[in-house]
Design a protein around this ligand. Sequence first.
Ligand SMILES: Nc1ncnc2c1ncn2[C@@H]1O[C@H](COP(=O)(O)OP(=O)(O)O)[C@@H](O)[C@H]1O
Ligand SMILES: [Mg+2]
Length: 234
Amino acid sequence: MSFLDASEMIGGYGAADILHGCTLKVEKGQIAVIVGPNGAGKSTAMKAVFGMLRLRGGHVKLDGEDITGLSPQERVKKGMGFVPQVNNVFPTMSVEENLEMGAFIRTDDFRDTIEQVYELFPILREKRYQNAGELSGGQRQQVAVGRALMTKPKLLMLDEPTAGVSPIVMDELFDRIIEVARTGISILMVEQNARQALEIADQGYVLVQGANKYTDTGAALMADPEVRRTFLGG
Ligand SMILES: Nc1ncnc2c1ncn2[C@@H]1O[C@H](COP(=O)(O)OP(=O)(O)O)[C@@H](O)[C@H]1O
Ligand SMILES: [Mg+2]
């Protein structure tokens, strides 16, 4: 049994379906990566897993529990954290306020979780009183990831966390994501940088037109000539 089991998802916005039987699974403490062309439905699939989309078919199970009918906030309580592709920080709030906002469902003392985020992303401690909107793209993404970690998720979902950052910053972010996975947190991540992302992926999904085109380990997808030719630029 996979820790996340989102199977045969069918649904979209309004009448038209975007997802046509999409299946995404993540094992405990592993990294699963979704790649695929623009408009394939990657973000839609993430929203569906997080409960922002009503499914017409399929189910979402977390740690064996069927959560298909739960709201996003209820899913956060069950252990999901989500960093959306856009608008993932509050630009006019400080770094630390962003982290505090991330802890919105918590009623206990979350000071030590802020400390853990600062240990993971030391630059955020330095910039903790600066508005998130003043930071570089890579630093803003760290704020977004840190904010999602504030609820101590068991599954962290990231939609293009390295969008618009330099290759060096991308490598650093991937290293931090690996570090998070090593603590036992499962990662489900959409990535444009397909090669680099599949390199760190235990499991890889190539999504095309809302359905699984290829599903295999990251290494196997990287080695597949057809996948390389069609999706990885040779
Ligand atoms: N809020 C929305 N309302 C209606 N259609 C949408 C919405 N968001 C995305 N779409 C459509 O859904 C399809 C998949 O989009 P998306 O999931 O964002 O793809 P990807 O993340 O793979 O680039 C696209 O055709 C897009 O135009
Ligand atoms: Mg997208």
